[in-house]
Design a protein around this ligand. Structure first.
Ligand code: PEP
Ligand code: MG
Length: 315
């Protein structure tokens, strides 16, 4: 429980059988790094770069970006830091990049689509990231948001490598790339599943719209089945599959995600302690059994209670 998790020693994320599950931080600004380290983050699984762009009416310069990325990477020497290139559009609109008149912005020119349409911004971001990488000792991974096709995957990873980025991957947050994960992962060094958008697009329910908020539940077995596809592809190809959506911060769902093949979990730093404590209560075999129970449910509530029953049985 929360009280005992808060006082438990900070160890690296692991299951009861010793299987390592690195626990990483989601960060929105480099200033959050110190707190993440204090709470035991083993690195960063999602660094959202939107903050650099959101308050501006034009893109920040390469120098401004290099300074921010260097500040972030310097806080994690020897550790993995996954930076996401700009995810503009839909819930994160940018006046100078997005068309405010799209009728369905979540289905519009967002994420990697918007960056391709303004490729200078992407090239500058990769330039600044490569410079920050050269100046620091972190293990920099860079990924693209909203990748829906194999072609977008090859476009992004090839471009990132041109700029000297050694580890280039994609976010899986659109059902098409989850279903084609075996093809997508052939061209990417890793995948990171964004469960917030993956849930939105799987259930066809706007994540910002209160009237359909009930659909925004990553326990939904349709979402879990898509995640299983990505986990299986990662295992077959020997490529890491992280989770960086809110789902990873739900301790029992974190166990399910590991059972589905996730190899690392990234979350708000304040969620790390509870997830760390819960993972330690289950082996990998348990996690697979618990995941199997959730996958066979009819709906999100059913998946949650099936997982709870399976977890109680395993203990
Ligand atoms: C997600 O979609 O799950 C995700 C991590 O990205 P964001 O919430 O920034 O869209
Ligand atoms: Mg997203």
């Amino acid at each position: 429980d929360r009280a005992s998790a808060a006082t438990a020693p900070i160890t690296d994320g692991a299951l009861a059988d010793g299987t390592a599950v690195p626990l990483l931080a989601n960060l929105g600004k480099p200033e959050g790094a110190a707190e993440a380290v204090a709470l035991g983050a083993e690195g960063v699984g999602l660094f959202r770069t939107e903050f650099l762009f959101l308050s501006a009416n034009q893109a920040p310069t390469v120098e401004q970006q290099r300074e921010s990325y260097t500040q972030l990477l310097a806080a994690f020497p020897g550790k993995k830091v996954v930076v996401r290139v700009l995810d503009a559009g839909a819930d994160k609109p940018l006046a100078f990049l997005n068309d405010a008149h799209e009728e369905n912005p979540a289905l519009g020119l967002r994420g990697i689509r918007a960056l391709r349409a303004s490729e200078d911004i992407l090239r500058e971001q990769l330039t600044a990231l490569a410079q920050a990488d050269a100046a620091t000792a972190a293990d920099l991974w860079v990924m693209a948001p909203m990748v829906a096709t194999v072609e977008e995957t090859t476009y992004f990873t090839a471009l990132a490598r041109d700029y000297g980025i050694k580890t280039a991957g994609v976010m899986v947050e659109v059902p098409s790339s989850a279903l084609l994960a075996d093809r997508v992962l052939k061209h990417a060094d890793f995948a990171s599943i964004g469960t917030n958008d993956l849930t939105q697009y799987t259930l066809a329910a706007d994540r910002l719209l209160g009237s359909v908020a009930g659909f925004q539940d990553p326990w939904h077995p349709a979402v879990l089945r898509l995640i299983r596809e990505v986990g299986a592809a990662g295992r077959a190809l020997g490529k890491p599959v992280g989770i960086c959506g809110e789902a990873a911060a739900d301790p029992l769902l974190a166990v399910v995600l590991v059972g589905l093949g996730a190899t690392s979990l990234s979350m708000a730093p304040t969620a790390l302690a509870d997830v760390r404590a819960t993972l330690l209560q289950h082996t990998l075999d348990d996690a697979r059994v618990i995941a199997e129970a959730a996958l066979s449910a009819d709906d999100a509530a059913g998946a949650r209670s099936a997982a709870q029953a399976a977890a109680a049985h395993e203990n």
